[in-house]
Design a protein around this ligand. Structure first.
Ligand SMILES: [Zn+2]
Length: 252
């Protein structure tokens, strides 16, 4: 029963995150104007705003101009719904559930804006970091929070060092500023060691896709942020601990 509730909550939020990512990327207000069709400006009524269901009933088209709506709308709603339900499955009703939902939500906005506009929005990462730190302060007090912030700073520093190394080796910009700032947020929530692991996991996910793009000879700019974010989400919802990874390596 709660799985369904978390799925519905996630799909509603996913639909909202798409609006947030699109509007901030275009320097528009999040609140006004109300949701509308991007082709004909037709104002959406409440029954056209139901996640997933509206899309399916309308056959993926705007009701007025019959223009096709991007499939990404539907995918984002479904994926966010699933991720919320998985967070609930992994953490139950706990403090970690709130933190994991914030983490997943912020990263979904990052993924959308980075894929569609090639930017990782500072305001989104700052908002995510601040709200997470506030929750840590409430839950664990100042002493408990310091460790998280320290991990965040170290993860940021490690990524910055990697960027300097990459810039030196490839003689061009290797990692964007957004990817480095992203590591601060990772360090804050999943800690320093697992943040480093995300870089490897992200490379692993990105590699076949990068090859495909290279061979299909399309434009060769692919943002790394979405892969980092997907890797971090996978690591968070898998509930894996750094000790598990070390054990696997040491026992081999
Ligand atoms: Zn329309």
């Amino acid at each position: 029963m709660f799985y369904v509730l978390f799925f519905i909550l996630g799909s509603v939020m996913g639909s909202f995150f798409h609006v947030v990512a699109t509007r901030i990327s275009n320097n528009e207000s999040i609140i006004t104007p109300s949701s509308h069709c991007h082709i004909c400006n037709h104002k959406l009524r409440w029954y056209e705003l139901i996640p997933i269901i509206s899309y399916i009933i309308q056959g993926g088209k705007c009701r007025k101009c019959k223009e096709k709506l991007p499939l990404s709308y539907l995918i984002i709603e479904i994926v966010t719904g699933i991720l919320y339900a998985v967070c609930y499955h992994e953490y139950g009703f706990s403090a970690d559930l709130i933190i994991s939902i914030i983490f997943v939500s912020i990263l979904i906005i990052v993924i959308i804006s980075d894929i569609e506009y090639m930017i990782i929005l500072d305001e989104v990462l700052v908002f995510g970091s601040v709200i997470t730190i506030i929750f840590y302060l409430i839950l664990y007090g100042v002493d408990g929070t310091v460790y998280h912030v320290l991990d965040a700073a170290l993860a940021f520093g490690a990524m910055y060092a990697l960027k300097l190394l990459g810039d030196f080796m490839f003689k061009k910009e290797s990692l964007g500023g957004g990817d480095i700032k992203l590591m601060f947020f990772f360090g804050l929530v999943i800690g320093l060691p697992l943040s480093i692991v995300t870089i490897f996991v992200a490379t692993f996910i990105a590699f076949p896709i990068a090859l495909f793009i290279l061979f299909s000879r399309r434009d060769n700019m692919i943002p790394f942020g979405p892969f980092l974010s997907m890797a971090a989400i996978l690591i968070l919802i898998s509930g894996i601990k750094i000790d598990d990874i070390i054990n696997v390596i040491v026992n081999k």
